[in-house]
Design a protein around this ligand. Structure first.
Ligand SMILES: Nc1ncnc2c1ncn2[C@@H]1O[C@H](COP(=O)(O)OP(=O)(O)OP(=O)(O)O)[C@@H](O)[C@H]1O
Length: 191
């Protein structure tokens, strides 16, 4: 897919957040969106997801595409287990539970898979949110600071998993860490 953003503008209460943002993004790449706090990364993601409308400008290329997302908040169903959180987004099939469990086992301890998400650590919840986003069929995945709360070793495992699961797709990730761009083999975009 090809996502073309032209001269996108967005203000909140007279404060200009996105000022004529233009981007050309294509499948098969991981784009790392960087910029200081408040520069509008989340706002741009919300516009792409249709949750916020732009004041002016154009977004082309999304009409027929499936977008998945990891939000800045985990947005898990807290009373449900990791396995349940993941299976609920998967297209129906006989072996969803097994597939979800296999994916979760890659990044989480076995003992965490069958207890309520509310009892998991922040970093464990983050990994469930990431796995869930990658188990939905998607053409493009947006991840808003996905590595929050992860130690270095876990982050490396998560990055390996993201690269593997999103191969050939369009990936847009916001991060404040320069090293993440290298680890992801990403293309840097400055807002
Ligand atoms: N719904 C809203 N109403 C008013 N102002 C908003 C709203 N959403 C975002 N803003 C403002 O827009 C600016 C950009 O916010 P945004 O969350 O997009 O930045 P960000 O680059 O994602 O920041 P961070 O790196 O801290 O997550 C901020 O000044 C924020 O206060």
């Amino acid at each position: 897919m090809e996502l073309v953003i032209r001269k996108l503008c967005k203000s909140f209460d007279g404060h200009l957040v996105l000022d004529q943002v233009s981007l050309h993004l294509v499948s098969g790449n991981i784009y790392c969106l960087m910029g200081p706090s408040g520069s509008g990364k989340t706002t741009l993601f919300h516009i792409l997801l249709g949750l916020v409308s732009a004041d002016s400008g154009e977004v082309n290329g999304l009409a027929k595409e499936r977008i998945s997302a990891v939000f800045q908040e985990n947005r898990l169903c807290e009373a449900f287990t990791p396995v349940e959180n993941v299976t609920m987004v998967m297209p129906s099939s006989g072996n969803n539970k097994r597939k979800a469990r296999e994916a979760l086992k890659r990044l989480l301890p076995d003992e965490s898979l069958d207890r309520a998400a509310s009892t998991l650590s922040g970093g464990m919840k983050r990994r469930v949110a990431i796995i869930r986003a990658l188990m939905v069929p998607f053409d493009m995945v947006i991840m808003d600071e996905p590595f929050t709360g992860l130690d270095e070793e876990t982050k490396q495992q998560v990055i390996t998993y993201i690269k593997e699961q999103s191969a050939g797709k369009l990936v847009l990730i916001s991060t404040h860490q320069e090293e993440d761009v290298q680890l992801l083999n990403g293309i840097k975009i400055h807002l």
